[in-house]
Design a binder for this molecule. Structure first.
Ligand SMILES: C[S@@+](CC[C@H](N)C(=O)[O-])C[C@H]1O[C@@H](n2cnc3c(N)ncnc32)[C@H](O)[C@@H]1O
Length: 273
């Protein structure tokens, strides 16, 4: 059954870049994420992922960071089966289907109202999964979420679109809303922001990038005294690299020798509060 392509604003439209990354990963001989729902969704929408000219490297990067964020959420939920999970700037990601939390967990996908409406139209419903259609810079949206449960909060591909000021106040609102929890997102160094503005695969989003990026993974600890770095996950050094196609694996292993070079690529930053 085909579905009509929703009409999105340019910033909402960025969700297709990551959705295409996961869908194209799913078509690789050895997918890193294996998100069959992403592949199916792109097919149903008839979306032309060729417009992004994504080569194996960015496709695998998108899939790999999603897998790392899934792992952070999954491990937290295993330790805290009464948790709430939040996916900020969820787009059309099917994370809750991939990690399949137990019924004791409430999962919240948060994005602009048009995106949440599209999710409801395009993705099957799940018990204990909720969509919140808001602008994340609106200070009141957290009111809909319980305050008395531990929270695991992930954001995949969101942070580059927030100003530093909006990001810091969002992080502080999240931390003060919950008794404790974990926060993980893909980080952007200053170089990574520069590269995202200039690399042909992300040219379509270049004008929407608001974050200056930051190089020190400890920097967010200065935004809130409750935030503590658990781990800077340099994707070049993760075990999944063994599953990469040979040439990309060789380059990635070479890059892994240098922290500075690894940080220029994709990192996942994992904090507790
Ligand atoms: C690159 S997409 C990533 C989507 C999804 N996380 C994924 O991995 O496919 C960025 C998402 O952030 C959302 N977004 C950006 N700024 C936002 C804001 N201020 N409030 C709510 N959503 C926002 C966009 O609508 C978009 O869905």
């Amino acid at each position: 059954m085909s579905s009509t392509l929703p009409v999105f604003t340019p910033i909402e439209e960025t969700l297709f870049l990551t959705l295409c990354g996961r869908a194209l990963d799913n078509h690789l001989p050895h997918p890193i994420l294996g998100d069959t729902m992403a592949g199916e969704l792109v097919r149903r929408l008839g979306y032309d992922c060729d417009r992004y000219h994504l080569s194996a490297s960015p496709i695998i990067n998108i899939a790999h960071r999603a897998r790392k964020l899934d792992q952070v959420a999954q491990q937290f939920i295993t330790r805290h089966p009464n948790a709430v999970g939040l996916d900020l700037g969820a787009g059309l990601d099917t994370r809750a289907f991939r990690i399949d939390p137990p019924a004791t967990v409430d999962w919240y996908d948060v994005d602009y109202p048009e995106v949440i409406a599209a999710r409801q139209q395009l993705l099957p419903g799940r018990a204990h999964a909720h969509g919140i259609g808001v602008d994340l810079t609106d200070p009141t949206w957290l009111d809909a979420i319980p305050t008395d449960r531990p929270a695991v909060i992930v954001a995949d591909g969101l942070m580059a679109f927030l100003t530093q000021e909006d990001l810091i106040s969002l992080v502080n609102r999240l931390i003060s809303h919950f008794p404790g929890g974990e926060l993980a997102f893909n980080g952007y160094t200053r170089f990574a922001i520069w590269a995202a503005r200039h690399y042909h695969g992300t040219q379509s989003v270049a004008g929407l990038i608001r974050s200056p990026g930051f190089d020190d993974p400890h920097e967010p600890e200065r935004w809130s005294p409750r935030l503590q770095l658990v781990r800077e996950i340099l994707l070049t050094r993760e075990p999944e690299v063994a599953e990469f196609p040979p040439t990309l694996r060789w380059f990635t292993r070479l890059a892994a020798h240098s922290t500075a070079v690894s940080r220029g690529g994709t990192t996942v930053l994992h904090y507790r509060f």
